[in-house]
Design a binder for this molecule. Structure first.
Ligand SMILES: *Cc1c(COP(=O)(O)O)cnc(C)c1O
Length: 427
């Protein structure tokens, strides 16, 4: 792996443990493999059977070149088997559009794919090295629960989750605090920014960083990004076998991790015609393609709140992949969808297709309706609508029912400590 800023080069395992590169850049592969025999693996397989091992076989084919020669190469099969232990349905209709449902994991959002893969990878590395570490996460909601669930009971890893008092919904708070064992939850008397500052300050304290082997697990970790390629390889191949055409893939975009993984999948040979960004009212990519200049901005609040990002951290990876603006802007498009359109799209999709979609998915559906209707396309569905019951209620007057995995979690007892803004209280 090499940093986007070129001054840090290391093995994949080291990059996974480090998170951010030492020069402040993000880790990317030094080169990309090209895999031209993906379709061999589909022969004789029933692509509608989501419980089959096709997904895992394709995942292994996709990821093994990146693990070649690494100290945990031998663990890759086990990591894939444990991390992707839930279905990944591609639900298509005769009008040639398909929904890629990425929310069948334990916390009902696509972040389960990356967080689980990272957790099992870290566990394998630490076991090999005979080491332990402590992960600090500041969260305003969804990322924290995906990380908590993924790292729950993983050997050698302790997780400390910080969330702002009064800054998360009751349901989110439950999902951050029902864990126990190696997951410690802290309710901070402060804002999300205070939580983030506490994590930053703790990392600045060399003595603590050494003593507890502190690290992070946020979405810039290459160990979260690589596994996200697998559902684009899988879904584009399954789509092509059904419709005999390569699909356009429309992706609800915030921090740009999910879309970057899709560009990587296309680069290694997945049959993808075009990749399209769907943003909410936060529109750094739309503005970038308009002006040719990337301008990070403060975020604004929208109904698709997991995409409320004005300065996407994975932008540096995309610009590293496409240093030339002209080439990049010819290959893709970006559109922005505002709150009012999100509500209308949830409503029309429910009325026309009897399908309830989450506010994030609605941005991609709106882009499909307006710009790609009738074309071969995959609409990426990033979360279970039941997680955003207030927005759904507002749009269609109904409250969708929760998936079983969440109902079970929500029935458990909360365990957390209330602390001040002093980060020393974490230790
Ligand atoms: C995180 C998230 C997104 C945005 O994905 P990025 O990789 O940050 O672009 C979209 N939808 C949901 C539900 C999310 O949790």
């Amino acid at each position: 792996m090499i940093s986007t800023r070129k001054k840090d080069k290391c093995s994949l395992s080291d990059a996974i443990l480090k998170g951010l590169a030492l020069d402040g850049g993000l880790f990317v592969g030094e080169s990309f493999p090209f895999i031209n025999d993906f379709e061999e693996l589909l022969k004789g397989k029933n692509t509608d059977d989501y419980s089959s091992c096709l997904y895992k076989e394709l995942a292994y084919k996709t990821l093994s070149p990146f693990f070649k020669g690494d100290e945990i190469e031998d663990s890759l099969l086990h990591i894939i088997d444990e991390a992707f232990n839930f279905p990944c349905p591609l639900v298509s209709s005769i009008d040639k559009k398909a929904y890629l449902e990425l929310y069948k994991g334990p916390t009902a959002a696509f972040k389960d794919f990356g967080a689980r893969f990272l957790a099992y990878s870290m566990e394998a590395i630490l076991k090999k090295r005979g080491k332990n570490l402590t992960i600090l996460v500041a969260t305003s909601g969804d990322t924290g629960s995906a990380v908590a669930s993924a790292f729950y009971k993983r050997d050698g890893i302790k997780v400390k989750i910080l969330f702002p008092k009064g800054g998360v919904s009751e349901r989110q708070k439950k999902l951050l605090t029902v864990w126990g064992e190696n997951i410690e939850s802290y309710e901070v008397d402060g804002t999300f920014d205070d939580c983030q500052k506490m994590v930053k300050d703790a990392f600045q304290n060399e003595e603590l960083t050494k003593k507890y082997a502190l690290t992070s697990a946020n979405s810039i970790n290459i160990g979260r990004l690589l596994p996200q390629m697998t559902y684009y390889v899988y879904s584009s191949l399954v789509y092509k076998s059904r419709f005999k055409k390569e699909p356009i893939i429309i992706i609800p975009t915030g921090n740009v991790g999910n879309a970057t993984a899709c560009f990587y999948a296309k680069k290694i040979g997945a049959p993808i015609k075009r990749i399209v960004f769907a943003e909410n009212a936060n529109r750094p990519l739309v503005d970038y393609f308009k002006s040719g200049v990337y301008t990070p901005r403060p975020s604004i609040k929208t109904y698709a709140n997991a995409m409320d990002v004005g300065a996407p951290s994975n932008m540096e990876r995309l610009l590293n992949l496409y240093p030339d603006f002209a080439t990049f802007s010819k290959e893709t498009e970006a559109y922005s969808v505002v709150d009012d359109e999100i509500l209308k799209t949830i409503k029309s999709t429910y009325e026309e297709e009897n399908r309830i979609i989450c506010p994030h998915t609605a941005t991609a559906k709106k882009v499909y309706d307006e710009h790609y209707k009738g074309e071969n396309a995959i609409i990426v569905s990033t979360a279970d609508p039941a997680k955003f019951e207030n927005v759904i209620k507002k749009a269609i007057g109904l409250t969708p029912s929760l998936p079983e995995s969440l109902t079970l979690l929500l029935s458990k007892e909360e365990k957390y400590k209330n602390i001040s803004k002093n980060y020393m209280e974490l230790f």
